[in-house]
Unconditional design. Structure first.
Length: 168
């Protein structure tokens, strides 16, 4: 039976960023049941919540970090994808205990997709992308996926559970 999603509650950008740092960065590397160790850095926050600046511009994290931390009421000039942010804890659970880890042609900059099903009618799957940087696996991004979209993420080389040694 799939787990229920624990939705993250937050009221400001600074609060959301702090929670990301506490759950991901401070526990990095995240050790997965598949044997992978995923390194999570502060700048990955921008991708995990799809954070954009004014006029939906891409962000250079070292310049933005102080502004993010100072945004303690609401989101200021920033926008983010709320469904990703609210499911940050589901992304973390997906990394720790994926149902599947797949290497698919759909991936461009990432090396593998960690996939987990949850008890959610709207977006029942989480897909968290991980990149290989030399010998390290690092976090890329995570996104909730609808049931009709999951097939394309599952079409590829199954690294876990069938061949769990390849997921390392």
């Amino acid at each position: 039976m799939p787990l229920k999603i624990e939705y993250l509650q937050y009221e400001s950008l600074a609060q959301l960023y702090d929670r990301y740092v506490r759950e991901f960065v401070m526990h990095s590397p995240i050790v997965s049941v598949c044997g992978s160790e995923i390194h999570c850095y502060e700048h990955h926050f921008v991708h995990m919540v799809k954070l954009l600046g004014p006029e939906q511009s891409r962000l250079y994290f070292p310049d933005e970090k102080p502004k993010i931390m100072e945004t303690t009421a609401g989101f200021g000039n920033y926008i983010h994808e709320e469904r990703r942010a609210a499911r940050l804890l589901a992304s973390l659970d997906c990394l720790r205990s994926p149902d599947k880890v797949v290497r698919t042609e759909k991936l461009v900059t990432a090396d593998r997709a960690f996939i987990k099903q949850f008890d959610c009618s709207q977006y029942p799957y989480m897909v968290v992308l991980v990149r290989a940087e030399g010998d390290l696996l690092t976090l890329c991004t995570g996104q909730p996926i609808r049931r009709r979209q999951i097939a394309s993420w599952l079409d590829g080389e199954l690294l876990f559970p069938r061949n769990s040694s390849a997921a390392r």
